[in-house]
Design a protein around this ligand. Structure first.
Ligand code: CP3
Length: 355
């Protein structure tokens, strides 16, 4: 396999010395880039884009050709797994993801099983193809949704504001939700291990909705199943450690508990101070994120200042991967994204004096 020309991202995740703070942006391939919209139109739809190896490779590389990013992320979606379970994923314009068959009845839940990974072969093919196209330029991140976040979409049948259906199930029939979460955890473990086999050099678990839970429910219904996954993942491949990143949006209160799972790094949204987060987790994990994606709607000067503030709050030494606290918004000016990437590279060098 080709050797990596820039492994700064992987070193930062393992808290090894780096020359500058590496950066990538959640949803870096997406609708804020006109070239993405053009390729998506060529594919016909978002799902067809995910399933077309060449076009999925193309959109993964697009942001790297524009910005000096330190990692690529597989172009796909977290909902490929429930789709492979037979729930019938589709996207209705302007409404986000939907399932034809939401999982709400006991009989359907009893029938839920780990899907045959052959149904997700298009994802593993995309991983291998992207690795070939990257040719060692930067590492490739694989990803999946957390069992709880996947369950939110599976039970609600799409996006939700209140999570009334899944929370009703959680409080009234926890046994049904345990069954879904355990099946999801097994499926995600197999799915991420197959991405690692195909060439993913780090993996991230997106727990986008863990933050809507109470403290006790987060541990019981989200964290526990993310730990089940980290325990089951292949942690070394091609002679290198494959770091695991856990990202719970709104999970700032639970960082100590999350650091106990055996993950290598935790993702932060923008609601906590990264310096305090670092003191709380100590040496256990690296941290990723913290920049409010809407700070990209400020001025060039305010964007630079916000990047400087976060870098200073983290302070000296390795263990920070700069990122947005959530996905980049589709109305973001790409020039502002470029300014952020360049500012982070430039301003972070002072915190990494290679002695
Ligand atoms: O970061 C990247 O560039 C990789 C690609 C990526 C996508 N989805 C592409 C996508 C990743 C990592 C995801 C993860 C994902 N998908 C999450 C977790 C991260 C998060 O944002 O919280 C979630 C919750 C989903 C489910 C999902 N997929 C939603 C809610 C939507 C609609 C939201 C929207 O912005 O319209 C999607 C669609 C989606 N996934 C798009 C992209 C680029 C937009 C689809 C389009 O082109 O129309």
């Amino acid at each position: 396999m080709n050797s990596l020309q820039n492994d700064t991202f992987l070193r930062a995740l393992l808290k090894q010395p780096v020359e500058y703070t590496p950066i990538w942006m959640m949803r870096q391939a997406g609708r804020y880039l006109p070239e993405y919209k053009a390729t998506r139109a060529q594919a016909g739809s978002f799902l067809e884009l995910c399933k077309n190896t060449d076009l999925a490779t193309e959109v993964t590389i697009q942001p790297l050709d524009r910005f000096d990013l330190d990692a690529a992320i597989l172009f796909s979606d977290i909902l490929t797994v429930p789709d492979a379970m037979g729930l019938g994923l589709y996207f209705s314009e302007g409404e986000g993801p939907k399932f034809e068959r939401a999982l709400q009845h006991e009989a359907d839940i009893a029938k839920l099983t780990v899907p045959d990974m052959a149904k997700l072969q298009y994802v593993f093919d995309a991983v291998s193809s992207i690795r070939r196209a990257l040719n060692g330029r930067v590492p490739l991140i694989g990803f999946s949704g957390s069992p709880f976040t996947l369950a939110c979409y599976m039970v609600e049948g799409g996006s939700s504001k209140e999570f009334r259906t899944i929370k009703s199930m959680m409080y009234a029939r926890p046994d049904l939700l345990y069954k879904i979460l355990d099946t999801n955890a097994q499926a995600v473990t197999a799915y991420l291990n197959a991405q690692i086999e195909a060439g993913a050099q780090a993996v991230q678990i997106f727990d986008t909705w863990g933050g809507v839970l109470s403290d006790a429910a987060f541990e019981e219904f989200s964290l526990r199943y993310m730990k089940q996954i980290t325990d089951g993942l292949k942690r070394e491949h091609e002679g290198r450690r494959v770091p695991v990143i856990l990202f719970t949006k709104g999970g700032g209160l639970w960082l100590e508990k999350m650091a106990q799972t055996g993950a290598d790094a935790l993702g932060l949204d923008w609601s906590c101070n990264i310096g305090e987060a670092r003191r709380r987790v100590g040496d256990k994990v690296a941290l990723q994120g913290n920049f409010d994606p809407f700070a990209l709607f400020g001025t060039p000067e305010s964007i630079r200042n916000e990047a400087a503030r976060i870098l200073a709050a983290f302070g000296e030494g390795s263990g920070h991967v700069f990122n947005l606290g959530h996905g980049i918004n589709q109305h973001t000016n790409p020039e502002h994204a470029k300014l952020l990437v360049d500012s982070v590279h430039e301003l972070s060098r002072q915190y990494h004096s290679s002695k």
